[in-house]
Design a protein around this ligand. Structure first.
Ligand code: GLN
Length: 500
């Protein structure tokens, strides 16, 4: 390795792409550097699959492109994917025993788009089973280097959770085991782990990024997005990930991909930031509140104005989400029946017995809980009382946002009520659900939302600032975040002990 290698993991995606283009470093050298790092820090449990051969083959192809002067925006930049995106070169598990040994015959659209932009795939990242969870403690898959499932550890404090469900993704970026990664967000799974691990992540407007090849949890909520250290890097990735996919995802929107990087330097002066009273109530931990308040004051210094707003149905977003998401999950997960995919029970008497045993063995407790809740709220006699009511309130929540956007350009608040908690610290499922309160409203409304590092709280743990924009205003969110990151260095801080 050349002398460049030692600091490759400290470079932003933007800087790394430039070095690759200038041929100061090769794609193979870069891939080898990150593969070595992934292995050296495998105790964090971030990766669930590596395939050196496949990665280096892609890197050699990137080097050929670079040599031919045909570089795309990300040529030679290594990226890792949440293990909810199907990939041909790596197994895909969605964190479930149900998909042990599953090998997809195709790549997810998001994976293809990033590959088309020249990205090299480093591997697959741990996540909660079928993306259900807030702590990454629901994964049934053994991380690389482990024989059995093991928790993903937060690099800022190894005794704490990384957040979920994109926990492996957030850890890979925070520990600099990948310059950038993909995640998915159904009810907060990009924003909350980004907040817990001190990185930046954005969930675009629902329908911006294709869901084709993203293993479905709750189809009306699931969205893919990038996670990286900075908003500038997220902009680069998001520009490549978005765009219509009409033949493969009927909910993908007919909006051309935008160059979000070009919009990064919009000014803050005059930006009206809505502050929802409901995001600053009793449940918000004082340390998180202090960091978020300080970040908002930084925005005021940059020329923004803070406007008090109301999102009166914020609390209802928890019961609404935990009716609708399980309802959709119960339907989506019915395809895992032991016939078409993955796991099948060994001993059974007849077809029904095979279904029962396969699903009992293949799914973990949280997934079973959601399937049962979902089947219940969709069943005759309860559908009107639960599912339909929840749909109606979902619409009201979306309307509340539109009323708020009459008075402000973006909405800001905490991404989560606390910093990352201890591993095993929230064994009660309900306690996990309640912690999603600040991310669920934007998910239910289909609005873009992001989290960016805003400071530190209890135990020196990172605190994320959430920004929510109106539909298709990802560019505005990213530029607001970029301006903040030009004035602060929270996104550049490293967990102690991760300097190597
Ligand atoms: N924590 C939420 C849940 O458990 C959100 C998960 C997600 O966004 N995928 O459902």
């Amino acid at each position: 390795m050349t002398s460049h290698s030692t600091d490759l993991h400290d470079l932003s995606v933007t800087a790394l792409a430039a070095r690759l283009r200038d041929r100061q470093v090769s794609a193979v050298e870069t891939a080898e550097h990150f593969l070595a790092r992934a292995k050296a820090h495998q105790h964090l449990g971030a990766y669930v699959a590596l395939n050196e051969e496949a990665t280096l083959t892609q890197a050699r192809a990137a080097d050929a492109q670079l040599a031919a002067g045909k570089a795309g925006a990300l040529t030679g930049v290594p990226i890792a994917h949440k293990d909810i995106f199907v990939t041909r070169a790596f197994p895909t598990t969605a964190g479930s025993k149900m998909l042990a040994g599953y090998q997809s015959p195709f790549d997810a659209t998001v994976v293809t788009r990033l590959a088309d932009a020249g990205a090299v795939t480093l591997g697959k990242l741990n996540c909660d089973e079928f993306a259900m969870g807030s702590a990454n403690e629901n994964s049934a898959v053994a991380p690389v280097g482990f024989d059995a499932p093991a928790p993903v550890r937060n690099p800022w404090d190894l005794s704490r959770v990384p957040g979920g469900s994109s926990g492996g993704s957030a850890v890979a970026v925070a520990a600099r085991l990948a310059p950038a990664v993909t995640g998915t967000d159904t009810g907060g799974s990009i924003r909350q782990p980004a907040s817990f691990c001190g990185i930046t992540g954005i969930k675009p407007t629902y329908g911006r990024a294709s869901r084709y090849g993203m293993i479905a949890f709750a189809s009306s909520l699931d969205q893919a997005g990038p996670m990286a250290r900075s908003a500038e890097d997220c902009a680069l990735l998001l520009s490549e990930m978005c765009g219509p996919d009409p033949d493969r995802d009927s909910t993908s929107l007919d909006r051309p991909a935008e160059n979000f990087s070009a919009a990064l330097n919009e000014g803050i002066a005059g930006l009206r930031i809505g502050i929802p009273a409901e995001f600053f109530g009793d449940g918000l931990a004082p340390d998180v509140r202090a960091a978020v308040d300080a970040a908002l004051q930084e925005y005021v210094k940059l020329g923004a104005t803070l406007v008090p707003i109301q999102l009166p149905r914020t609390e209802l977003s928890i019961p609404v989400y935990y009716i609708l998401a399980p309802a959709e999950a119960s339907s989506n997960l019915s395809r895992f029946d032991g016939v078409k995919f993955g796991h099948r029970a060994k001993d059974y008497t007849d077809l029904v017995d095979m279904y029962k045993k396969t699903r009992a063995e293949g799914f973990g407790d949280e997934v079973k809980r959601r399937i049962m809740i979902g089947a219940y709220v969709l069943s005759e006699g309860y559908y009107d009382a639960y599912y339909l009511q929840a749909q109606k309130i979902r619409r009201m929540i979306a309307d509340d946002f539109q009323a708020a956007f009459q008075h402000c350009d973006v909405i800001a608040g905490p991404a989560a009520p606390t910093v990352a908690w201890q591993l095993g610290g929230k064994s009660d499922p309900l306690a996990n659900y309640l912690a999603d309160i600040y991310t669920l409203p934007a998910s239910l409304a289909g609005l873009p939302g992001m989290s960016l590092p805003a400071g530190f709280g209890e135990g020196g743990m990172p605190v994320g600032l959430q920004l929510i924009g109106n539909y298709f205003r990802e560019g505005q969110l990213l530029s607001a975040a970029h301006r903040f990151q030009q004035a602060t260095d929270f996104h550049l801080r490293q967990p102690a002990g991760m300097t190597q």
